[in-house]
Ligand binder design. Sequence first.
Ligand code: AMP
Ligand code: ZN
Length: 465
Amino acid sequence: MKLYNTLSGKKEEFIPIVPGEVKMYICGPTVYNLIHVGNARPMIIFDVLRRYFTYKGYKVTFVQNFTDVDDKIIRRANEEGASSDEIARKYIEEYFKDADGLGVLRADVHPKATENIGEIIDMVKKLIDKGYAYVSGGDVYFRTNAFKNYGALSRQPLDELEAGARVEVSEAKESPVDFALWKASKPGEPAWPSPWGEGRPGWHIECSAMSNRYLGKTIDIHCGGQDLIFPHHENEIAQSECANGSKFVNYWLHNGFLSIDNKKMSKSLGNFFTVRDAAQAYGYEAIRFFMLSASYRSPLNYSAESLEQSAAALERLYTTKGNLEFLMNNGADGDMREAEKARLGELAAYKKAFEEAMDDDMNTADALSAVFEMVREINTAVANDPTKAFAGACLEKLSELTGVLGLLYGKKEESLDERVRQLIEERQAARKARNFSEADRIRDELKSMGVILEDTPQGVKWRKA
Ligand code: AMP
Ligand code: ZN
């Protein structure tokens, strides 16, 4: 399998450190807010990469952290009159609701910064002892000049970075490019005792410390969005390689931005939709499908049309799945026919096309095309009174591929439209059965959801009150 490595700027053949095993770390969210659709892109993309490795027979260890101490969390806590711990806990819970909805598998470990303060302090100490870091007031800074490879990942020579950073010269730092490993805490902020006084970790050090603790000094893959290349990942490399004296990561993978009107979707610009709202409108799974419709490194533009198209395409997959499930119960009895066996064999070509696409730096767009070609083939193959066995075998072939993409997991009910349509159908059935009290009950339930029904000659219409 070939993967595009940001470090070399090339597609490289993936060779794991330990044959048959993959160690992956993905930078997780800072938990102070509901996640937006842009944040969902790395979650979904790297979930698919993990699933694909598993499909290929690798044993994958997948770690994703939570940044649960940070300026933004502290600010939010002050606004809400809560502790930062309460804010972090609340938004971790909300994160999992969305991640589960999107069909993103839980990591093997979800470490939190606040539960790894000891590891973080040990790493900072090591960096000071080796001359890579210095204490200034109650802060500790990384001495960027001491690491000759600084800037390699983002391809920016240190002198250029220094020239660019001059504006924010600080008395506390030896060089403007130096960054905080440990920050003295201000009154009222969360704080932990350390050899340098009460304080809290800088942002970058947590990933170095947790990757080290849960996966070891050198790992196979580290991933996240492109905005993390500099400074976050550059700083992680500096910290880990200087503390450990060994290579940190073999393959650096970064997804492109999700944009809206061609501007990166971000909290700070305010041009975002939360995953929660988008899921209400289109369903969680349509969001997942949409993310897979483009190669992960390309920019991807969010729009109502593209989400609607994704929902419609997903519906086609569900129709085939539903049809196959029906045929598994209602098809012809007996063994699979010879002609059916031959047809089944032909499906191998789509599986091969799917794997070729995925092996080429995880081209999910082409992989999805292969799935749809397989669907077309299956639809014609089961058109004429198939056996139950053949329908079942076709569904198995299809599910093998959709399972890698994490599709067809059936969490569609989050969308209001779906739920309303379902209730309207139930109400019609109740009326047909002359069960008017049930029909009225359903009408009231819809009313409590803010939905008004109108019986028209064209059937039942509904609108939001
Ligand atoms: P943050 O909470 O801002 O640190 O972001 C969490 C993850 O989402 C990181 O991997 C970011 O790179 C990624 N991310 C944030 N915004 C976008 C976007 N518009 N498109 C793609 N990835 C994004
Ligand atoms: Zn990180």
